[in-house]
Design a protein around this ligand. Structure first.
Ligand SMILES: [Zn+2]
Length: 79
Protein backbone atom coordinates (compact mmCIF):
# COMPACT_ATOMS: atom_id res chain seq x y z
CA UNK A 1 0.00 0.00 0.00
CA UNK A 2 1.44 3.37 -0.99
CA UNK A 3 1.06 6.30 1.42
CA UNK A 4 2.23 9.91 1.14
CA UNK A 5 4.10 11.92 3.74
CA UNK A 6 2.58 15.40 4.10
CA UNK A 7 4.47 18.69 4.25
CA UNK A 8 4.76 18.41 8.05
CA UNK A 9 6.41 14.96 7.81
CA UNK A 10 3.29 13.08 8.93
CA UNK A 11 1.84 10.03 7.30
CA UNK A 12 -1.54 8.45 7.80
CA UNK A 13 -1.75 4.79 8.71
CA UNK A 14 -4.44 3.43 6.39
CA UNK A 15 -7.72 2.46 8.08
CA UNK A 16 -7.24 -1.17 7.02
CA UNK A 17 -4.04 -1.37 9.07
CA UNK A 18 -5.43 0.68 11.98
CA UNK A 19 -8.28 -1.81 12.25
CA UNK A 20 -6.13 -4.89 11.68
CA UNK A 21 -3.54 -3.90 14.31
CA UNK A 22 -5.92 -2.20 16.76
CA UNK A 23 -4.28 1.21 16.36
CA UNK A 24 -6.54 3.80 17.95
CA UNK A 25 -6.13 7.55 18.43
CA UNK A 26 -3.47 8.07 21.13
CA UNK A 27 -2.10 4.53 20.64
CA UNK A 28 1.65 4.43 21.04
CA UNK A 29 3.88 2.73 18.50
CA UNK A 30 7.56 2.16 18.07
CA UNK A 31 9.07 2.99 14.67
CA UNK A 32 12.31 1.18 13.93
CA UNK A 33 14.57 1.18 10.88
CA UNK A 34 14.82 -2.06 8.94
CA UNK A 35 18.23 -3.71 9.24
CA UNK A 36 18.86 -3.38 5.50
CA UNK A 37 18.24 0.39 5.61
CA UNK A 38 15.40 0.31 3.07
CA UNK A 39 12.67 1.63 5.34
CA UNK A 40 10.98 1.46 8.74
CA UNK A 41 8.66 -0.84 10.62
CA UNK A 42 5.90 0.28 12.98
CA UNK A 43 5.10 -1.76 16.09
CA UNK A 44 2.09 -1.10 18.30
CA UNK A 45 3.11 -0.80 21.94
CA UNK A 46 0.90 -2.86 24.22
CA UNK A 47 0.61 -1.28 27.67
CA UNK A 48 1.46 -3.83 30.36
CA UNK A 49 1.74 -3.95 34.12
CA UNK A 50 5.27 -2.90 35.09
CA UNK A 51 5.38 -5.69 37.68
CA UNK A 52 3.75 -8.79 36.15
CA UNK A 53 3.11 -7.99 32.48
CA UNK A 54 -0.71 -8.19 32.66
CA UNK A 55 -2.47 -6.17 29.93
CA UNK A 56 -5.88 -5.70 31.59
CA UNK A 57 -7.05 -3.44 34.40
CA UNK A 58 -4.10 -1.07 34.21
CA UNK A 59 -4.00 2.16 36.14
CA UNK A 60 -1.20 4.52 37.00
CA UNK A 61 0.23 4.22 40.50
CA UNK A 62 2.89 6.87 41.19
CA UNK A 63 3.32 7.23 37.39
CA UNK A 64 3.84 3.46 36.87
CA UNK A 65 1.24 1.29 35.12
CA UNK A 66 0.13 -1.52 37.40
CA UNK A 67 -2.67 -4.08 37.10
CA UNK A 68 -5.45 -4.30 39.67
CA UNK A 69 -3.83 -7.23 41.52
CA UNK A 70 -0.39 -5.62 41.77
CA UNK A 71 -1.92 -2.32 42.95
CA UNK A 72 -3.79 -4.21 45.66
CA UNK A 73 -0.63 -6.05 46.79
CA UNK A 74 1.39 -2.84 46.78
CA UNK A 75 -1.25 -0.87 48.71
CA UNK A 76 -1.42 -3.67 51.31
CA UNK A 77 2.40 -3.74 51.59
CA UNK A 78 2.55 0.04 52.06
CA UNK A 79 0.08 0.04 54.99
ZN1 LIG B 1 0.54 -6.75 37.67
Amino acid sequence: MIVKIDSMGRLTVPKKFRNEFNLKPESEANMLPLPDGTGVSLFRLVPRCANCGEEKGLEKFENISLCRNCRRVLKYALK
